[in-house]
Design a protein around this ligand. Structure first.
Ligand code: ADP
Ligand SMILES: N[C@@H](CCOP(=O)(O)O)C(=O)O
Length: 317
């Protein structure tokens, strides 16, 4: 359930007077999603998504996300376009929360992941990375490597000792192996949450990306590693190698990985698995049972981490 803040039709009717997108036809809360309150908004000019930003999104960072989406659309990426009001502002306030209206993206999450989907995804990620090139504003990755020890501390001493003891040395090893700035891996604007629920397909063709609220400026190959973890494993941790090959092959049709990216790809994969393991564990432990959302299961990311770790150990002797 992802409608944390209710907004009345009256408020939306009033708000729409500031825009050039017609008048209200229908407003409906959307159950999916975990971060923000989302509504399907139908007006006399078409369908839109109204998002009320909740506490986990820093209001100061909203212009960055909205500007990035605008930049990507302008550069050929299919993703929601923030709608500007008559004064040129994409941000407004509704029910006391920062809010934005974005264009509706056709399609939906694929119900079955095949190598063909992964090939198309790889290509689309590389296009997204290329399109981000002219967007100069920087946003730090708030859930990057320098946050991982802090996340581990927040789950320490709360009844998961075996898991914490398993994770800690792996985390330290990943940090020791992580590429430094001197290695100069290509960086740019990354989506950083390329999970199947954030990529839409229509008529079996990839129709675009949604949910840019973890996007940031970071290593491009790390974005690919996040997608690889999210798309190319079964829930019990078996790697779907055909999907991995297709994802990377699709990516490289647009942006071949550099030798240095290939060298570090194994540790980037471990880091991507660890990042989602830690945030899921954190939410698993700290989300009150009365909360509206069900926290996501951390175990699939523990299995992925173990898989990458085994490969990494073999590669490093
Ligand atoms: N631009 C869009 N076009 C179509 N549907 C969207 C769009 N944005 C969000 N949605 C719908 O809203 C749901 C939740 O959006 P999402 O951005 O993932 O929320 P959250 O940030 O809360 O996780 C999506 O699964 C999708 O059904
Ligand atoms: N993709 C993350 C959680 C973020 O949720 P989203 O609904 O904003 O994509 C995970 O699976 O852990």
């Amino acid at each position: 359930m992802a409608v944390y803040t209710q907004v009345s039709e009256q408020e939306v009717i009033q708000c729409l007077k500031n825009y050039d997108i017609g008048t209200l036809v229908m407003l409906k809360g959307i159950a999916q999603g975990v971060e923000n309150s989302n509504f399907l908004l139908k007006t006399t000019s078409g369908q839109y998504i109204l998002t009320l930003y909740e506490k986990r999104v820093d209001p100061q960072e909203l212009p960055w996300y909205l500007d990035l989406m605008g930049h990507l659309v302008k550069n050929g990426v299919s993703c929601p376009l923030p709608v500007q009001d008559k004064r040129g502002n994409a941000l407004t306030v509704l029910a006391g929360r920062p809010a934005a209206i974005v264009t509706f993206l056709e399609g939906k999450e694929t119900s079955e992941i095949t190598p063909d989907h992964c090939f198309a995804l790889g290509k689309a990620i590389a296009k997204l990375h290329k399109a981000g090139e002219g967007f100069e504003q920087y946003r730090k990755n708030n859930v990057g490597p320098d946050s991982w020890l802090g996340l581990l501390e927040k789950i320490t001493g709360l009844g998961h000792d075996d898991l914490v003891q398993e994770i800690k040395p792996v985390l330290m090893d990943i940090l020791a192996q992580w590429p430094t700035d001197q290695e100069q891996l290509p960086t740019g604007q990354i989506h950083a949450d390329i999970f199947p629920d954030n990529v839409f397909f229509k008529d079996n063709q990839l129709s675009g990306f949604i949910d840019f609220y973890f996007a940031c400026t970071d290593l491009l190959a790390y974005d690919l590693a996040i997608a690889l973890n999210a798309w190319c494993f079964t829930e019990d941790g078996q790697c779907l190698t055909n999907c991995v090959q297709a994802l990377i092959a699709g990516y490289e049709t647009i942006r071949p990985l550099t030798e240095i990216e290939k060298k570090y790809f194994s540790v980037l994969n471990m880091g991507a698995a660890l990042r989602f393991l830690l945030t899921r564990l954190h939410d698993w432990i700290h989300t009150p049972s009365t909360a509206l959302v069900t926290p996501k299961d951390p175990k699939p990311y523990l299995y992925r981490l173990r898989y990458h770790q085994t490969l990494n150990l073999v590669a490093n002797g």
